[in-house]
Design a protein around this ligand. Structure first.
Ligand code: AHR
Ligand code: AHR
Ligand code: AHR
Length: 517
């Protein structure tokens, strides 16, 4: 574990600087969430002379005049599709339209390009390093933006989107810029959570044939500082943090903020730059600005092919996980002033975890902590640790990490809307699920099996206190602590944790107000 204190401290000084930079550039910084004409990312880039050639988001319009569809969802039961649009021109996603349509689970089948180029992304086909992808589950990542509940896109591996026949996207050494709003808490070290320019045939066609932002903990060229996740440039056959591959900036230890702005720009000839920042507040940090990779040929000049990829590598390497809220690509390299104004607009959105509606109850939307009621254990709460679910003593003196690990957002049951699922408070998109009757925090993968394993049906507590949570696919088994570890347990059975001794107490949970609201 490493500390972000120093980075945060540094970033705390940036808003004032940002205001000054933006004022110098003659750009108005919105004082509060607002979609005033000219203020959204693609308006900003257009007025700076580097118009968007791609603008993808499941959360909001990226032009103040945009009033079309954001994405398409497909319903499992009958294969019907519908488009999810915005609440108003320049506004936020109409997530309640999705909720009404998705009476059975939906996946996202298309992400519309809001730019006049219509570079829409559809589910990616097979490539050199990965088979056919699937779409992301449509409801796996509820968040708030602009005070509205909207859905981010949660990628769990073997998921990706692509457009191999684009218009206006840089090719063969042309300059371009791009950013995405992603998450620093839902990442892995597999190839390659990318957004940006890629090959048009889903194959690795050589150095310089990609120019995409990568965000994850895969350290392609060691040494990397800290444990990431890092903003990196996927320029093909390498995730670059500098012209030498690895970062030369030991302060770039990664960005674990729940919402991260990750930015790449490239003049296509001999220079690229990487920036990142907390998408909830503050400005951007330039992590690298310098020459194209010099460790191998092919990168200077670049040989981009102009396809757009989201969620995988250029050859459809699809082992990575990640989150995507919005992203754009531009024609030409944006100015730093335009990047700063875009970041100011992103932070004005107020991205956040989906808000607690009634903290401490099992109502979907409520954030809770689940406390053991077994005598002698009533100071212990269900928390995740190293991905497994256990109980720990949590109290007001506990660390913020322990409190976050012990807080859960109640969701409508992923497999049964009259039951509930528990999303991790500090790992958005991850849920409590059982597997071989142990319970883990795992990223929602959209499969029917995952949904069933992550759905629990509340009943009155078996010992008369709180609630007991029956598994939706093993209805006689309940969430239980045994040896301070969480299992799915029946009242007597073949596993040690099915022990009838203290079963009623161990399966009864007090639903408390959350340690992390
Ligand atoms: O550059 C990293 C990855 O290497 C690319 O995304 C992929 O095409 C290749 O496997
Ligand atoms: O479960 C993942 C992490 O593992 C928890 O946040 C932390 O307690 C432990 O390091
Ligand atoms: O936890 C019991 C079962 O084990 C789950 O339903 C399944 O995912 C796993 O094989």
């Amino acid at each position: 574990m490493f500390s972000l204190t120093s980075i945060r401290g540094l970033r705390a000084t940036l808003p004032a600087l940002l205001m000054a930079v933006a004022a110098l550039a003659g750009v108005m910084v919105a004082a509060q969430p607002s979609n005033a004409a000219g203020s959204l990312p693609c308006d900003i880039y257009a007025s700076a002379g580097t118009p968007c050639v791609a603008a993808h988001s499941s959360t909001r319009a990226l032009y103040s005049s945009y009033n079309g569809p954001l994405y398409q969802v497909k319903r499992a039961s009958d294969g019907a599709t519908t488009n999810i649009g915005v609440l108003s021109a320049g506004g936020y996603a109409n997530a309640s339209a999705q909720d009404a349509f998705c009476t059975t689970p939906c996946v996202v089948t298309k992400i519309y390009d809001q730019s006049p180029r219509h570079n829409d992304l559809t589910v990616e086909g097979p490539g050199g390093a990965g088979g056919q992808d699937t779409g992301v589950p449509a409801d796996a990542l509820p968040v708030t933006a602009g005070g509205h509940t909207v859905y981010g896109l949660s990628f769990s591996g073997q998921m990706g989107y692509r457009d191999n026949s684009t218009s206006g996207v840089a090719v063969d050494g042309q300059a371009e810029g791009m950013y995405m709003v992603t998450s620093g808490t839902h990442v892995n070290n597999r190839c390659c959570f990318d957004y940006g320019n890629a090959e048009t045939n889903n194959l690795d066609t050589g150095n310089g044939h990609m120019d995409a932002i990568n965000f994850g903990t895969e350290c392609w060229f060691s040494p990397c500082a800290g444990s990431g996740p890092w903003v990196q440039a996927d320029l093909e056959n390498g995730l670059f943090q500098s012209e030498a591959g690895h970062s030369k900036n030991s302060a770039d230890t990664g960005d674990r903020d729940p919402f991260v702005t990750a930015l790449l720009k490239n003049n296509g000839q001999n220079h690229f730059a990487l920036k990142d920042g907390n998408a909830q507040s503050g400005g951007l940090t330039t992590e690298y600005s310098g020459s194209e990779p010099t460790t191998a040929s092919g990168y200077s000049p670049m040989h981009q092919e102009g396809a757009i990829v989201l969620g995988t590598g250029g050859d459809n390497s699809n082992g990575s996980i990640g989150s995507f809220f919005e992203g754009v690509m531009t024609a030409g390299q944006p100015t730093d002033a335009a990047d700063n104004a875009v970041q100011a607009n992103i932070t004005s959105v107020g991205y956040g975890a989906a808000g607690p509606v009634a903290a401490g109850s099992l109502v979907p939307g409520s954030t809770i902590s689940l406390r053991a009621t077994t005598p002698g254990y009533t100071d212990r709460y269900v928390r995740h640790q190293y991905d497994g679910a256990v109980t720990s003593v949590v109290n007001s003196a506990s660390t913020a990490l322990d409190k976050g690990d012990a807080s859960w957002i109640v969701r409508r049951g992923l497999a049964n809307p009259s039951c509930v699922s528990f999303e991790s408070r500090n790992y958005p998109g991850d849920f409590l699920r059982h597997q071989n009757f142990r319970v883990y925090r795992r990223p929602m993968d959209g499969s029917a099996g995952f949904r069933a394993d992550a759905t629990f049906c509340p009943q009155t507590g078996k010992n008369g206190q709180g609630s007991s949570l029956a598994s939706s696919n093993y209805p006689s088994k309940y969430l239980r602590h045994y040896d301070n570890t969480i299992y799915l347990a029946s009242d007597g059975g073949s596993n040690a944790w099915d022990s009838a001794t203290s079963w009623a107490d161990d399966v009864s949970w007090a639903v408390d107000r959350p340690w992390t609201p």
